[in-house]
Design a protein around this ligand. Structure first.
Ligand code: COA
Length: 380
């Protein structure tokens, strides 16, 4: 074994270089290709953000128009894909389905798959475009409802809600969801993105990389925290129960879901934006139950952490589940929706990996026995 440095979980290790996303954990800022996410949320759309991530710069008006037509025309899913979704067992997990469907899609592309930095996937984009259709269709079939074909005149957020509900969402609902997708589109070398890059480094296909990334995202240590926040809210029940619940949870050394982050030492910049969406939606829908519990819980949690000197603040998942719930999205779709937004980031990283590729093949620190003499079975 060589004397190479070892860090469990690669914590603190720079495992590659990237020009895509910058997570500034000290100052609580997040940038995509140099643009602050606050500006992207204020002035951009999910589709323009996808362009930015994949083509490395903001588009001109004509570039965006062309890209949008292309992107939206790729939303349709072939009949065999619909059949695959329909046949998925009711009790199955949608993340497992999503992972399989993404690989299956590779058989339904008109172009010949090219494994290169100028991969056709940047043009066809159908993993990013079709993931939303797959998720909405899964939910429709699960509820015994018919397939709703995607529309090409709607933004990505609006189209998703349209396919899910079978009718157009209100403009403010579509706008909020589109911006939620921007917030989740990219986040540096997180576990799923790193997985996608490792797969890409063997010069495998985008489909394999994205499918593997979904598998990594599925785990509770990565995606899925927003679903656990919803379970926590149900357990707390009312705003009057927050302090009693919190003290008991901390005494039992439980982690408070939606709090803390490996990178951010201050409040996650995405959680500020999510909080404003939740305030807005709570107001418009006349339902502020979750908002009031989350606000009180944050205040009480921060007061206790300040006393202990721990820099633990809300992350993006603290508010996102409640935003989705007020948009009428079922809890089991929260992780798939994370994948739907992050797919753009995964694809950008796969393309970047290929541009200057070196196969990921780290060393293993062997801790097993020294060479042993083989004992025949009758002598053991
Ligand atoms: N609630 C209470 N205490 C927490 C906490 C939380 N959510 N997150 C971290 N801590 C405490 C730990 O108990 C530990 O305390 P100790 O030093 O007294 O043992 C300390 O803070 C460091 O925790 P650690 O788990 O080592 O931090 P990390 O940087 O590896 O973990 C997370 C980051 C996100 C995994 C962690 O904060 C967490 O599990 N949060 C809840 C799940 C979540 O919201 N995940 C979504 C992330 S976007």
């Amino acid at each position: 074994m060589s004397e190479a440095a070892y860090s469990k979980g690669l914590e603190g290790v720079i495992a590659g270089e990237s020009a895509i996303g910058l997570v500034d954990g000290i100052n609580g800022k997040l940038y995509y290709r140099g643009y602050n996410i606050d500006d992207l949320v204020a002035y951009s759309t999910y589709e323009e953000t996808v362009y930015l991530l994949l083509f490395e710069q903001l588009p001109t008006a004509s570039e965006l128009a062309e890209f949008t037509v292309n992107f939206r025309s790729g939303r349709h899913i072939a009949t065999p894909i619909q059949d695959m979704i329909r046949d998925f067992p009711q009790a199955g997990d949608p993340m497992e389905l999503l992972q399989s469907v993404m690989s299956y899609l590779s058989g339904y592309v008109a172009h010949k798959i090219k494994h290169s930095a100028t991969c056709n996937c940047r043009q066809t984009l159908h993993q990013v475009a079709q993931m939303a259709t797959v998720i909405a269709t899964y939910q429709r079939f699960k509820e015994g409802k018919p397939y709703v074909a995607p529309r090409e005149d709607l933004s990505h957020g609006a189209n998703f809600l349209y396919m899910l509900r079978g009718k157009e969402p209100l403009p403010y609902e579509a706008d909020i969801l589109d911006k939620c997708l921007i917030l989740h589109a990219e986040h540096g070398f997180n576990t799923s993105t790193f997985t996608a890059r490792v797969v890409a480094s063997s010069l495998s296909t985008c489909y394999s990389g994205i499918s593997a990334a979904i598998g990594a995202l599925r785990g509770p240590l990565h995606g899925g925290a927003n679903e656990q926040v919803m379970d926590m809210l149900a357990e707390i029940g009312t705003v009057y129960n927050v302090d009693t619940w919190l003290d008991k949870a901390l005494l039992e050394k439980k982690k408070i879901m939606g709090m803390g982050h490996r990178e951010y030492r201050v409040k996650d910049p995405r959680s500020f934006v999510m909080e404003t969406f939740l305030r807005d939606l709570s107001d418009k829908k006349g339902d502020s139950k979750n908002l009031s519990i989350l606000t009180k819980l944050e205040k009480s949690f921060r007061a206790r952490m300040d006393q202990k000197g721990k820099p633990l603040y809300p992350n993006v998942d603290y508010f996102s589940g409640s935003v989705y719930a007020l948009l009428g999205i079922p809890q089991q779709l929260f992780s798939p929706m994370f994948a739907m937004a992050r797919c753009a980031g995964w694809l950008a990283h796969i393309l970047e990996q290929r541009k200057d590729n070196r196969l990921f093949r780290p060393e293993c620190g062997y801790i097993g026995p020294a060479p042993l003499e083989f004992v025949p079975i009758d002598k053991r």
